[in-house]
Write a protein that binds this ligand. Structure first.
Ligand code: GDP
Ligand code: MG
Length: 440
């Protein structure tokens, strides 16, 4: 999806990451690459200039936080600015305790029927009872198309082939499902090619069925051209959002997304293929994380926040200079334990996959309790300088903690490992990554 945009962004990033120093010249070249990539994806020129100017200004003016490299800082600036370009977070809000009614609008061929079926599938999977209303009386075969798609996902379809008035069908369909479904999706005709006609159609349907949400379906292959349609819709739709379809292989998809977001409307879903499962809830930060090849950064950040990782600046500095106490180790181990659940995500982050040994994480989880009890049996001076622990002290510590001498030796060897890891650049990168995400 959006391959050329992704490639362009990743190339620009890797140029920065591979450059020896990051000076003004490098930043400016990065910004030029960025501009070119955005404009090639049909992002409106003015918007592309605005976003790249912000990136440039921030990259040149802002100092990276302590311990964060300039390169990392620039990547995270890009990440934030692109996410901002693509609009706010927030999913379509449905209330499962009632019958939610959603109307699909959009010109013919934009993907309404396909998306209605995809949404039926999406919400069925999440435990909703979904009904679909075939209110396209305009296109021959429209009802059959919807029936085929909806039955494949197990959603019930309301249709009335004798009724020619689509607004009446929409209304009757809503009534038929009222009370028995959690979600009713009304598929409309989209007889019109222009905003005015589309808005008229919307007025009629919305006036009759009073939906909880109207969704404008836009074909992503038209790029920034979708702006006027999205804007007219956003100004007229009382409660509405946008779905951008056909982002698979759409060279202009980036422009379409940015244009839709620029109207202030929320993009709720994106269509990423012809298959029924090719629908994604749209979250700008997650989306940008993937574009930049950083895995699911948003999810990772959330989990880091949840796991309450605290970074002690002074302790980190001290450890990086090669001084580490047993208490520091305990803190590190505890964080690694918390990270256990993050390991799948961490593996997806380039640069980090090598620095974090998944086996180590597993071990840290299991051994934490043992290590903690051993450390608690050490004296203050032993904790501060574990190198002073000779064999008689080791025996005493083992006895005091109720553990084997083998366990104590294992802990000491882990201490040495961790200490040296911290002195290497990989350890530093790891700390920086954690800190950067913990800061958000
Ligand atoms: P409608 O006229 O608005 O109801 O549009 P349809 O749902 O009939 O879709 C029109 C065409 O677009 C169909 O051939 C769909 O298979 C195709 N289509 C819809 N969504 C997507 C998508 O996300 N990706 C791709 N590649 N094709 C799509
Ligand atoms: Mg249709």
């Amino acid at each position: 999806m959006l391959d050329s945009l992704r490639e362009g962004l990743q190339n620009a990033i890797s140029k920065i990451l591979n450059s020896n120093t990051v000076d003004e010249k490098v930043v400016k070249e990065f910004v030029r690459d960025l501009q070119r990539t955005l404009i090639q994806s049909d992002v409106n020129v003015k918007m592309a200039l605005e976003v790249t100017e912000r990136v440039q200004k921030r990259a040149l003016d802002e100092k990276p936080p302590a311990g964060v490299t300039k390169k990392d800082q620039i990547v995270s600036i890009l990440y934030e600015e692109l996410a901002r370009l693509l609009g706010g977070e927030g999913a379509l809000h449905l209330d499962k305790t009632k019958t939610n009614v959603v109307v699909m609008l959009g010109v013919q061929g934009s993907g309404k029927t396909t998306t209605a079926a995809k949404m039926a599938r999406f919400y069925t999977k999440r435990g909703y009872k979904v009904g679909v209303v075939a209110a396209d009386t305009f296109r021959p075969g429209a009802v059959a198309q919807l029936k085929t798609l909806a039955s494949a996902v197990g959603a019930e379809v309301y249709s009335d082939e004798k009724e020619k008035d689509s607004v009446k069908i929409a209304k009757k369909g809503k009534e038929a499902f009222e009370g028995s479904k959690n979600l009713v999706i009304i598929d409309t005709a989209g007889r019109h090619k222009e905003e005015k006609g589309l808005l008229q159609e919307m007025k009629e349907v919305v006036g009759a069925v009073k939906p909880d949400a109207t969704l404008l379906v836009i074909d992503g292959t038209i790029g920034q051209q979708c702006f006027s349609q999205a804007q007219a819709f956003h100004q007229a739709a009382p409660v509405g959002g946008i779905i951008v379809t056909k982002l698979d292989g759409a060279a202009k998809g980036g422009g379409a997304l940015a244009a839709a977001a620029a109207t202030g409307a929320k993009v709720y879903f994106i269509g990423t293929g012809e298959r029924i499962d090719d629908l994604e809830e749209f979250a700008p930060t997650r989306f940008v994380g993937r574009l930049l090849g950083m895995g699911d950064l948003k999810a990772l950040m959330d989990m880091v926040r949840q796991s309450d990782v605290e970074v002690d600046e002074k302790a980190t500095q001290r450890m990086m200079s090669g001084k580490m106490t047993m208490d520091d180790l305990l803190v590190q181990l505890e964080q690694m334990k918390k990270f256990g659940s993050l390991k799948k995500l961490l593996e997806h982050i380039p640069g980090l996959s090598g620095a974090v040994n998944v086996g180590e994480l597993d071990k840290a989880e299991g051994r934490f309790v043992v290590y903690r009890s051993i450390i608690q049996s050490m004296t203050g001076s032993e904790k501060a300088d574990p190198d002073t622990i000779n064999s008689s002290r080791l025996k005493r510590i083992a006895r005091g903690s109720g553990r084997n001498e083998k366990d104590v030796r294992e802990l000491l060897s882990r201490y040495k490992q961790m200490k040296s890891l911290f002195k290497t650049s990989k350890g530093r990168e790891f700390r920086q990554m954690v800190r950067r995400m913990g800061d958000k």
